[in-house]
Design a protein around this ligand. Structure first.
Ligand SMILES: [Fe+2]
Ligand SMILES: [Fe+2]
Length: 428
């Protein structure tokens, strides 16, 4: 440092300290109720009284700031001013770059219209979640949501109204999802909810709540909006595409069965640990090929009821709350009722002569299930008794004994699932 620079630096240091002292003393005067411009400091600083309180206050603050800054600079005897400025500038640039990168990343991962995640982000999330599933054996489920008759909304009201419906629907969904769930706009009017650490049963309960909420919501532009939802739990070692196709097929069934409903893929994942609980060593209902009647829809529903019964059992042994277990029970009864209705229509169409008798058995089972459920909710029935009835009497025994009586009438009558690709956009 040259002699001139050293003298300059010393002068700045002294000036800084003087200015700092002036600022502090002026502030003290103001603090103790003396109007600052009545003090001798005003004269010393050479400012007129006409400047007023606002400018004066600003001046005090600026004075203190400058004083502190000069003093702090003077402390770094061994550092060059230029270097400090360069470092400060670099730091500032770096912060700006970080903010810009974060903003760009957010933009690249977000659907522009709705603000939900986009496909790119979903595929990143899925990779991590499938990895977690295979490493920690945690459950992982997906909801595929599609707006019913969206094309007619666009045709009738125009695309701008259609866009508003998509934005409103995103808001409704996001307000109801759990913090661990993530919402993605897959494309068009189709959304995907990724549900980590969630079994099929819990995902179906969530899907039903979402569907009902949307059904009840009033959409500003069009009034009613309805959705169909397909649900699938990721099976062990399953690839993303296979899992996606199973959810897509479930959505297809929801559309084909009349829309505004939830359908799910029934395959039971092979897992050693239940969601958040334990299942080792517990008695489980195990599905065997020998239980199949050969009719795709009936077999799929029977298998799903096995799966839901196992989830109920796991919930009981994991010590879940009465409310949570109540949700599992409700789902099992609802799905059983739906299955009974479907089965009755199928066996009637197949010409099964004892359909009325079979319907009576269904009705008796459902009535008893509802009565036991009420007793359980009132606290007068143990869960073991209710589970025994639902899982073994309704699901296992009825399906494995009573239902066998119509198996022979279904041979060759299964229409199977039409390939999903045959469904046109207009038909959704
Ligand atoms: Fe059945
Ligand atoms: Fe039956």
């Amino acid at each position: 440092m040259t002699a001139h620079e050293r003298r300059t630096k010393i002068m700045m240091e002294r000036s800084g300290i003087v200015l700092l002292a002036v600022g502090i003393l002026s502030s003290i005067c103001v603090y103790f109720g003396h109007s600052w411009y009545h003090t001798k400091f005003l004269t010393m600083l050479g400012l007129g009284q006409a400047l007023g309180d606002a400018i004066g206050s600003f001046f005090i603050i600026a004075t203190v700031f400058i004083g502190q800054r000069l003093v702090s600079l003077a402390i770094f005897d061994d550092l060059d001013f230029g270097l400090i400025r360069s470092v400060q500038k670099l730091q500032s640039n770096n912060d700006e770059m970080k903010a810009e990168i974060s903003e760009l990343d957010q933009l690249a991962s977000t659907d522009r219209l709705t603000g939900a995640w986009n496909r790119r982000r979903l595929e990143e999330l899925v990779g991590g979640e499938i990895e977690r599933l295979s490493r920690y054996d945690q459950a992982l489920s997906m909801l595929m949501i599609d707006i019913d008759h969206f094309k007619s909304i666009n045709d009738r009201y125009g695309h701008s109204v259609g866009d508003r419906v998509l934005v409103e629907l995103t808001g409704v969904l996001q307000s109801s999802l759990r913090t661990s769930d993530s919402l993605t706009r897959w494309g068009g009017e189709e959304f995907i909810v990724l549900c980590p650490n969630t079994t099929l049963t819990t995902a179906v309960i969530l899907a039903r709540r979402l569907r009902e909420l949307i059904d009840r919501s009033d959409f500003a532009a069009v009034g009613d909006v309805k959705v169909s939802i397909g649900v699938a739990e990721c099976l062990g070692k399953e690839e993303w595409l296979e899992w996606f196709c199973r959810a897509d097929n479930a959505l297809y069934r929801a559309k084909a069965n009349g829309r505004n409903q939830v359908q799910y893929a029934s395959e039971t994942p092979v897992r050693s640990h239940a969601e958040g609980g334990r299942s080792d060593g517990l008695v489980q209902l195990t599905w065997h090929g020998a239980y199949e009647c050969g009719h795709g829809e009936i077999d799929r529903e029977h298998q799903a009821l096995f799966s839901i019964s196992n989830d109920l059992l796991n919930a009981v042994f994991a010590g879940r709350s009465v409310e949570e277990i109540g949700g599992n029970i409700e789902l099992l009864i609802l799905e059983t009722a739906t299955h009974f209705r479907n089965e009755e229509a199928i066996i009637r169409a197949a010409g099964f002569p004892y359909v009325t008798n079979h319907m009576d058995k269904h009705r008796d089972l459902l009535n008893k299930a509802e009565n036991l459920k009420r007793e359980f909710e009132a606290g007068t029935l143990e869960i073991g008794t209710l589970f025994q009835f639902l899982a073994f009497d309704v699901v296992a025994r009825h399906m494995l004994e009573e239902d066998r009586s119509f198996f022979s009438y279904l041979v060759g009558r299964d229409l199977g699932d039409a390939p999903r690709r045959q469904i046109s956009a207009a038909n959704r």
